[in-house]
Design a binder for this molecule. Structure first.
Ligand SMILES: Cc1cc2nc3c(=O)[nH]c(=O)nc-3n(C[C@H](O)[C@H](O)[C@H](O)COP(=O)(O)O)c2cc1C
Length: 220
C-alpha cells in the first residue's frame, strides 16, 4: 500500500473480529514503527502488548470501576478541550452516536457506548505506550509519532487500530495485571485487531478542517 493511500485509509476501528493477532505480526509492526522519529533519537517509548486472559482481567477491572461511577483519570495532566477543539469533539460524538442509532436522550445506550472504550472495543490485543515519568511532557510528541506509525504499519497486515485514552483512564487496573511500574506514565493505548467490517461506527468518516484555515503561508 502506498503511503498516501495508507494515510487516507487509516481510521479508528471500534469493531473487531475476535481472531487473535499473531505475536510475530505484532513484533513486525512494533519493529517497523520503532523507525518513527523521536527527539534526538531518544526513542522514549515502552510498549506493553496485552491480549488473552490478562486483557480480559484488565477489561473487567476497567468496566467494574466505570460501572461503580469511578471517574477515570489519566496518568498525565490534561485539560478539557475548549473552543473549536471542543466543537470538533462534539461533532465527532454526534457522528458516532448517529451511526450507532443512539438518540441524545438514550442515556443507557450512551453509557453502553462509553463502556465499550473501557473494554478496548473488544479488540483481541492492546498496545499500551508508556514513558519514563521524568521525561514528560516533552516525550509526548514522540509517542504521537510512533502511535501513528503503528497504525499505518498495521494496515499492511490487514489490521485496524484505534488510539485511545479511554483504555488507560484507570491506570491502576492496568498496573495490577500488566505490571507497568509507577516510574512509567501511560500516554496512550491502541486497540488492534482485524476489523469486523460491519460495525456501524466504523463507517464514520471523521471530518477535517480545511488546511486553508490552519495554515499561514509566507513566501510561497
Ligand atoms: C490522543 C488520542 C486520544 C483518543 N482517545 C479516544 C478515546 O478515548 N475514545 C475513542 O473512541 N477514540 C479516541 N481517539 C480516536 C479519535 O477520536 C480519532 O482519532 C478522531 O476522531 C479522528 O478519527 P479517525 O481516527 O477515524 O480519523 C483518540 C485519538 C487520539 C489521537
Amino acid at each position: 500500500m502506498d503511503v498516501i493511500e495508507a494515510i487516507k485509509t487509516r481510521s479508528s476501528i471500534r469493531g473487531y473480529k475476535p481472531d487473535p493477532v499473531p505475536r510475530e505480526v505484532l513484533v513486525e509492526i512494533l519493529k517497523v514503527a520503532s523507525r518513527a522519529p523521536s527527539s534526538m533519537n531518544t526513542q522514549p517509548w515502552e510498549f506493553t502488548v496485552i491480549a488473552g486472559d490478562v486483557l480480559e482481567k484488565i477489561k473487567q477491572a476497567n468496566i467494574a470501576k466505570f460501572n461503580a461511577g469511578e471517574r477515570g483519570s489519566l496518568d498525565w495532566e490534561n485539560e478539557r478541550f475548549k473552543d473549536r477543539c471542543r466543537e470538533r469533539q462534539v461533532t465527532l460524538a454526534i457522528q458516532l452516536y448517529q451511526s450507532m442509532g443512539i438518540a441524545r436522550e438514550e442515556r443507557e445506550k450512551r453509557t453502553d457506548w462509553e463502556r465499550r472504550g473501557f473494554g478496548y472495543f473488544d479488540a483481541p490485543a492492546v498496545i499500551v505506550i508508556s514513558v519514563d515519568r521524568e521525561h514528560l511532557p516533552r516525550t509526548q510528541f514522540d509517542i504521537g509519532a510512533v502511535s501513528q506509525t503503528i497504525a499505518l504499519a498495521a494496515l499492511e497486515y490487514g489490521l485496524g487500530t484505534c488510539m485511545h485514552d479511554q483504555g488507560i483512564s484507570y491506570p491502576d487496573a492496568i498496573r495490577e495485571f500488566a505490571g507497568i511500574p509507577e516510574s512509567q506514565r501511560m500516554i496512550i493505548c491502541l486497540s488492534i485487531g482485524y476489523p469486523d467490517g460491519v460495525f456501524p461506527a466504523d463507517k464514520v468518516v471523521s471530518e477535517r478542517e480545511s488546511t486553508e484555515n490552519s495554515t499561514t503561508w509566507y513566501g510561497v
